[in-house]
Design a protein around this ligand. Structure first.
Ligand SMILES: Nc1ncnc2c1ncn2[C@@H]1O[C@H](COP(=O)(O)OP(=O)(O)O)[C@@H](O)[C@H]1O
Ligand SMILES: [Mg+2]
Length: 367
């Protein structure tokens, strides 16, 4: 996409996807969903895929090719040999031969570190290109489950008990880490602080399992969060999306019912088999749904989110806890975020319109 290749009045959208995180393949599927539904009558669309090694490639904005994978494999960005460069200066990148030029708005359909965590958002701020979704701070804050929970708690929102642990602390003084975990009470969930799709998460029912769980989580992130297991909880999610005025609105909720051999909503239950039933809208008493929706917007605002978020909850008979906030949730047409929007009367193409309008309205810089 270069300056001047667009018909007058049409918005030039660059979909950025793939990336270096463990959620690369999910990003490809999300991007294919976005590309399939962007209204080509309103938008000129281009795509750049980020390879797992971090190189940026120009690719055809062809959803079929982007979602394609060999049997039994997950999709991956293709090395087209056509590199793309985004210069960190607000001059349209005119000096570099491979520079991305003439883009009105970037849609970073990236999940996980190096994409959903403020890094790409910072680059786009430097380049002066508006982008869909949360800015640098909210993206970084929501990516780290430890910082996220601290901010939510500081805003008075209900979160479960947890402890942030670093690999260095564990190496230096495992006994005091064990004591902190003991005070949470078993079972605990040991998680990489900055991951997603349940990668690296272990449910530990007995102190003897702590070493292995910490080793697993550390293989993804040196920062860990260890959480008290929340028993007898329903897993409820709520989408937040800006309306035409830029105000965040909570949609109807969804419920995830995990069954079969899965002890929790792990990676396999999410992506590889039919072990989870997704119910949209969730069957909740009206007052509970109202509370979840209120908390979803409050969490969005507590983290300073923009555009969209999916806020995930544990709903127990005695109350509601916020589990996490995702600033770029799964975006395939069967993902919960678009399905919750649809349940509130906002179809997938309208979701994209709202997000792009919001990005253009707010622009870059302090706001
Ligand atoms: N404290 C907890 N108590 C009970 N179940 C949990 C807890 N934390 C996580 N889980 C289970 O693990 C899943 C993944 O954890 P989550 O924190 O949402 O990580 P991710 O960012 O990878 O989705 C949840 O959907 C839930 O099934
Ligand atoms: Mg989750």
């Amino acid at each position: 996409m270069v300056a001047g290749d667009s018909a007058a009045g049409r918005v030039r959208v660059l979909v950025l996807f793939g990336g270096r995180s463990s959620e690369h393949a999910i990003s490809c599927l999300s991007a294919a969903g976005v590309l399939r539904s962007l209204d080509r009558g309103r938008y000129d669309v281009a795509a750049v895929g980020i390879l797992p090694d971090g190189r940026w490639m120009r690719v055809d904005a062809d959803p079929g090719a982007i979602a394609a994978a060999a049997p039994g494999q997950l999709p991956e960005v293709a090395d087209t040999g056509e590199s793309a460069v985004l210069l960190p200066e607000p001059v349209g990148g005119v000096n570099a031969p491979d520079a991305i030029r003439g883009v009105d708005v970037v849609f970073p359909v990236l999940h996980g570190p190096w994409g959903e965590d403020g890094t790409v958002q910072g680059l786009l701020e430097m380049a002066g290109i508006p982008y869909v979704g949360s800015g640098v701070f909210a993206s970084a804050a929501a990516m780290d489950k430890g910082h996220m929970k601290a901010l939510l708690a500081a805003a008075g929102l209900p979160v479960g008990p947890s402890a942030v642990v670093t690999g260095a602390q564990w190496d230096r003084d495992a006994a005091s880490v064990r004591a902190r975990v003991d005070s949470l009470g078993y079972p605990v969930f040991v998680k990489p602080a900055r991951a997603g799709s349940s990668v690296g998460i272990t449910k530990v029912s007995d102190p003897a399992g702590l070493d292995a769980a910490i080793a697993e989580a550390r293989s993804w992130d040196p920062r860990l969060i260890i959480e008290a297991g929340i028993p007898d909880a329903r897993e409820i999610e709520c989408a937040v999306i800006v309306d035409e005025t830029g105000a965040p609105r909570a949609t109807r909720c969804a419920e995830i019912i995990v069954s079969g051999a899965h002890e929790f909503y792990d990676f396999e239950a999410k992506y590889l088999d039919d072990a989870a039933e997704l119910v949209v809208p969730a069957d909740l008493p009206a007052d509970v749904e109202e509370e979840v929706r209120r908390l979803a917007v409050a969490a969005f605002e507590a983290l300073d989110c923009e555009g969209l978020a999916r806020v995930d909850f544990f709903v127990r008979p005695d109350g509601v806890l916020v589990n996490e906030v995702n600033t770029m949730p799964g975006f395939t047409p069967i993902s919960l975020f678009p399905r919750m929007c649809a349940a509130s009367g906002i179809d997938y193409a309208t979701v994209l319109d709202l997000l792009i309008a919001d990005a253009l309205r707010r622009g870059t810089g302090l706001r």
